[in-house]
Ligand binder design. Sequence first.
Ligand code: SAH
Length: 218
Amino acid sequence: MRSYDDSYRHKGLRKQLMDTLRDKGISDEKILGVMNDIPRHYFLDSAFDKVAYEDKAFPITEGQTISQPYTVAYQTQLLQVRQFDKILEIGTGSGYQAMVLAGMGAQVFTIERQKKLFDEHRTFILRAKYPSIKYFYGDGFEGLPSYAPFDKVLITAAAPFIPPKLIQQMKIGAKMVIPVGEGNVQRMLRLTVLPDGSVSEEMFDNFSFVPMVSGRNG
Ligand code: SAH
């Protein structure tokens, strides 16, 4: 069960969470403004109401997780989102990250491989507020060739390697933010497609995501 009451208490806790993210080094005020406007507790079972604004990942359907707010802010900041960017997200999960990207003014194409999670989005209360998000049930390793090329690609599951088909779906100058690594820890990478078609790579901090798995489930 979920509860859709956004009380003063929730709003106050959300504001405190934004201060925590600032303290941890998130400096893009636009991102913090967008996150401050999205009731994160709507994405969680009401059993998590008291902790929804702690800077932690929490379980959602099918053993998956809603990413930690710091991770969402960090990935969004690395992606350098601009208004009207066409963004491909792999791993819709709760849909929270997709709505942060939409709140930044991007057009979002998000793929989820778990049918149950995908189906939950049909009736989710915040869906109508973000008409610029398109939801797909599929395998993120394949991307969305018929909607390519993209300005940005965001992977929100632990990738065992950089998916070659996703690189092919990026524009020149496009960026991909992707946590790469098997096991418990992944290194956050930012890739940029250069004018000659080659790809440059920057390395950032370590994170811990649920695995990116090939094929659909359900
Ligand atoms: N962005 C999400 C984070 C979800 S966790 C959020 O804001 O809540 C990662 C999600 O990636 C899980 O829901 C998992 O099912 C999904 N996933 C894993 N491998 C995938 C793949 N190959 N294609 C699409 N989704 C995938």
